[in-house]
Design a protein around this ligand. Sequence first.
Ligand code: ADP
Length: 207
Amino acid sequence: MQNIVLFGPPGAGKGTQSQKLIAQYHLVHLSTGDLLRAQITEGTTLGLKAKKLMDEGLLVPDEVVIGMIGDALGKNQQAAGFIFDGFPRTVAQAASLDQLLAEHNTQVACMIALEVDEQELVKRLLERGKTSGRPDDQDESKIRRRVTIYNTETAQVAGYYAAQHKFHALNGIGDIDGIFAQICTLIDQHKPAQAEAPVAAIREVKA
Ligand code: ADP
């Protein structure tokens, strides 16, 4: 499995690049934001609770998103790998992801961060808010709160992966295809080693 964490503040372009990566690498896209919005659309108890926090630009509790990711991993055991988008957002979530992936005998290959300054993020999200219908995209103070939470809580996750020598940052401002090409180069550098031939097959060759 090849598991990629796409990282960056709200509005950095993670969703856009994820769509291009799915097409290129046939990975399963796991966006906690999308999973939570699906719960809201279905009107589940979890969705109703999450909506209040999301609309204010606050984080949903760790155990909620970790549970959703655990379920999604269990349902996609045949996947070639995953693109994690919007997760992990806290160090506790990152540690849980390592544990969950280890249970599936796999791990994070690399984290790729898209760096974009706050002024550009606010501009992009207000623009997206005109069509996304998301309350958290339509109010500048909520957008700035999300960016602040990213800077205070989420940015620490970069250090978690840097300690594992898996962290890479790219400039998220510029041509979408150009940024995509740089992401692909990094992913290709982190291809998991070829699986060893099963012992039985080796014996057969020797015999
Ligand atoms: P964006 O990256 O543009 O903020 P997302 O769709 O990733 O959009 O997330 C929207 C909201 O969903 C977040 O502001 C937060 O309330 C909630 N959320 C998504 N992922 C997580 C997570 N991993 N941990 C906690 N809350 C999350």
